[in-house]
Design a protein around this ligand. Structure first.
Ligand code: XIL
Length: 580
């Protein structure tokens, strides 16, 4: 007796240390030793199948379930095996393991965790026994485990187990990127998805500790907000992100209001009259931007409207129905809904100049000339491991060129994909890529103050799904440990001199007192005549006594002959001065 207890203790200690799974199988009779107890098998709507518990498992005498499907029913779910509800807990991670084989290579089965929610994984079997593993986080308390037999064939399954995954310890970071970014009003952040924040403590904690800004990766795209026409807009996911950001003091970018890939199926299937589509989009922009007014500092109003060839506007249902002038309208409507939000045109393959950049440049120039409220251009920056310094200087040139039109530039979706097979030195050069990008932002404040990455951990990046030969694009690895890219970003941020002593951050006063962004200015009083101030941070333009513009560069000196200066510019006035 004593010996047994001792053994159990050792086993559980080993499991805790390995941070993997606890041993207890939450399914009953997952090995079919009690025949079909706790299981029921369905075959309906014309399906023809047989099932039997046999002893022809992996080794002679092992019991397994043999399921033969001769004919499918009218639905993919007509033939299934269902295990009784097992004791799942909302938010806990679980691992399903099972052994399986089929009578021919390539036959598939689907395993499912389901109650009101439905999670599934399709397993492609071979004709020899293999073990399969599927990890998921339970969205609710109590789930059924199901197998859908949705292809004809004979299948064997054995030793099905669901075990709770013990959470791996969350890495602790001695330092924080946002700590340094906050001192210089830099927005450094990442695209987030809501269930990561809700269900993954490491995701929530590391993000919250390290970053001060966020953008929904998908939750504010039209198909995500409005998946079903009749059901109307579903705010839940977008609200989860916004509420989290507000509670934790994160700045929010909105992404996006119009995108050729962001068209819900029902919208694309409808026959539209131009005036109804216009009304619809106007109302949509007012509703979405209006809901988050004052919470979202910057919106991607139009995303990727220029074709890859770089010359023409994309043709898709919206431009086909309303023409290219819809771009202007989108900005006008967004401005009506939140006159303080920075309104951005966002695109890729424009960062280093060239034909597509020139087209965007002309578009923005024309919009500015016609008084369309566009305030920024987003460079997405989905890059590879670009080592040449020429690459970064061309980005900086492009930033300055377009900023000369009187717009800000944000890096909106940075990632630096590594080509597989990935070698150790790749991580170091990736770090220097991230550092060079951050330096561009720091050198070009206040034209730039947003360094947004498309995710922050390699565990959750869109790249491996879309570009199968590339991976590990972000500064934090799959297990939430910092990579050299993280260290490089931190090192660059630490070089920035913090604002201390006589620094006067008047951004709040000015935002409140600014009555009319297009009028001639807000007066900043209380300066000492003859005193020289250094400009540490600024948006908008400074005029001294309404007479001359002194430009708008961080690092420049402002020597005032009077007690006030006047700020003018784009509607979001802010200046930070330090006495010399
Ligand atoms: C991507 C998301 O990361 C994916 O999860 C989604 O399946 C497709 O969209 N440019 C953009 C982003 O503007 O919205 C895209 O995001 C990546 C490319």
């Amino acid at each position: 007796m004593k010996k047994v207890a001792h053994l159990v203790f050792i086993i559980s200690l080993v499991q805790v240390l390995s941070g993997s799974v606890s041993a207890q199988n939450l399914l009953q009779n997952g090995n079919f030793q009690q025949l079909n107890q706790h299981w029921i098998h369905l075959s309906q709507n014309g399906a023809v199948s047989t099932h039997a518990v046999t002893d022809s498992g992996r080794t002679t005498g092992d019991t397994c379930l043999r399921f033969s499907v001769y004919q499918l029913g009218s639905n993919a779910y007509d033939v299934q095996s269902i295990h009784d509800v097992w004791n799942a807990t909302t938010g806990s991670p679980y691992r399903v393991t099972l052994w399986a084989k089929a009578n021919a290579n390539g036959r598939k089965i689907r395993i499912i965790a389901q109650d009101t929610a439905y999670l599934n994984s399709d397993l492609t079997l071979t004709n020899t026994w293999q073990q399969y593993t599927w990890d998921f986080t339970s969205p609710e308390n109590g789930l059924y485990f199901k197998i859908h037999w949705f292809e004809a064939g004979t299948f064997m399954v054995q030793d099905i187990a669901i075990t709770k995954i013990l959470p791996a310890p969350i890495p602790s970071y001695p330092d924080s990127l946002q700590h340094y970014a906050n001192r210089i009003n830099l927005n450094i952040g990442a695209a987030l998805f809501p269930s990561g924040l809700v269900y993954e403590p490491a995701y929530r904690k590391i993000y919250n500790q390290q970053f001060n800004a966020m953008v929904p990766e998908n939750a504010m795209k039209m198909p995500d907000l409005w998946p079903n026409e009749a059901a109307g807009i579903q705010w839940k996911d977008a609200d989860t992100l916004v509420n989290f950001a507000m509670r934790n003091g994160k700045k929010i970018r909105g992404h996006n209001l119009l995108w050729y890939q962001g068209i819900p199926g029902w919208f694309a299937a409808k026959t539209w009259q131009p005036d109804t589509m216009r009304k619809f989009l106007k109302n949509y922009v007012h509703t979405v931007v209006g809901r988050y007014k004052g919470k979202i500092y910057e919106w991607d109003v139009v995303n990727e409207i220029i074709e890859d060839a770089g010359v023409n506007f994309r043709s898709f249902i919206v431009t086909n129905t309303l023409g290219n002038s819809i771009v202007d309208s989108m900005f006008v409507w967004a401005h009506q809904a939140d006159s303080n939000a920075i309104l951005v045109y966002n695109d890729y393959a424009i960062e280093t100049g060239g034909t597509k950049f020139n087209t965007v440049f002309s578009m923005v120039q024309s919009m500015k000339q016609r008084g369309i409220p566009i305030h920024g251009v987003g460079f997405q920056c989905h890059f590879g491991n670009n080592s040449g310094s020429g690459f970064y200087s061309s980005i900086e040139n492009t930033v300055r060129q377009i900023a000369a039109l009187g717009v800000k530039v944000s890096f909106t979706e940075i990632d630096m994909a590594l080509d597989k097979p990935i070698q150790q030195p790749d991580y170091v050069s990736q770090g220097s890529c991230y550092a060079q990008m951050l330096r561009i932002v720091l050198r070009n404040r206040p034209i730039m103050n947003t360094f947004m990455m498309w995710g922050f951990t390699d565990k959750h990046s869109w790249i491996p799904q879309y570009f199968t030969n590339r991976d590990e694009t972000l500064p934090i690895d799959r297990n939430y440990y910092p990579k050299p890219a993280y260290d490089s970003l931190l090192a660059v941020l630490k070089t920035v001199v913090p604002i201390t002593g006589n620094a006067k951050d008047i951004s709040k006063e000015i935002l409140q007192a600014w009555p009319n962004p297009s009028s001639d200015g807000f007066m900043l009083t209380g300066l000492t005549p003859g005193q020289t101030y250094k400009i540490v941070d600024i948006t908008g333009q400074i005029r001294e006594q309404g007479i001359f513009s002194i430009g708008q560069k961080v690092g420049e000196d402002l020597s005032t002959s009077g007690t006030y200066i006047i700020l003018a510019g784009d509607g979001r006035k802010k200046v930070m001065l330090v006495k010399e």
